[in-house]
Ligand binder design. Structure first.
Ligand SMILES: [Zn+2]
Length: 196
């Protein structure tokens, strides 16, 4: 019977690789939910540990070669996602930005690195992409990062940057401006006046 042989073959395949619990180190965790993310380029899985009950999320994506990053000294080094994330988190220290939005910023910079198709990119370019993300996330973090990264030549250059920022609200600010506008047009009188 072909059918049963086929089934036997399927059963004989090695089990799906298991993932250890990052909390209690139990050797196996269960997939609770799987869905596509980032326009289908990622699989996002919610996993649960039956030993300790903790839940966590994993992302799976195709491993494409990332370009090397050429430092100011001229030395190339392999792209390092942890380093990118630490740089962004450092700028965002104690700022009200969620982990999800940090993840998104890291992904976005990495997508640009991959999309460049280059084998090497100057670290300056990566820094510019990080600044684009931070400008949209949090202006304080942006200024922290930019002041180190771009080492503003003088006070005027710094002031110009701050003025540019004021014309470029973050995603959060845009959202709250929208809701203030909606409030102002929707309700009369009792809504809070927009902050100037
Ligand atoms: Zn566990």
């Amino acid at each position: 019977m072909r059918g049963s042989r086929f089934t036997a073959l399927l059963l004989a395949r090695p089990p799906e690789t298991t993932l250890q619990c990052p909390f209690c180190k139990a050797p196996d965790t269960r997939v609770i939910d799987s869905r596509l993310a980032e326009d289908g380029t990622q699989v996002r899985r919610r996993r649960g540990c039956e030993a300790c009950g903790q839940r966590f999320t994993t992302f799976e994506r195709a491993q494409l070669n990332m370009p090397n990053v050429v430092k100011r000294s001229g030395d190339p080094e392999p792209f390092n996602e942890d380093k990118l994330r630490r740089g962004i988190e450092h700028a965002l220290f104690k700022r009200p930005v969620t982990v999800e939005r940090v993840d998104h910023a890291v992904d976005s910079v990495m997508r640009k690195l991959r999309a460049s198709g280059e084998r090497e990119l100057p670290s300056r370019q990566v820094g510019e992409w990080v600044m684009e993300e931070l400008r949209d996330l949090d202006h304080v973090a942006y200024v922290r990062f930019a002041s180190i990264y771009r080492s503003f030549e003088d006070v005027n250059a710094f002031r110009e940057e701050i003025e540019r920022l004021q014309k470029h609200p973050t995603a959060e600010q845009r959202k709250s401006q929208m809701s203030l506008l909606a409030e102002a047009s929707g309700k009369s009188g009792d809504s809070k006046p927009p902050k100037s």
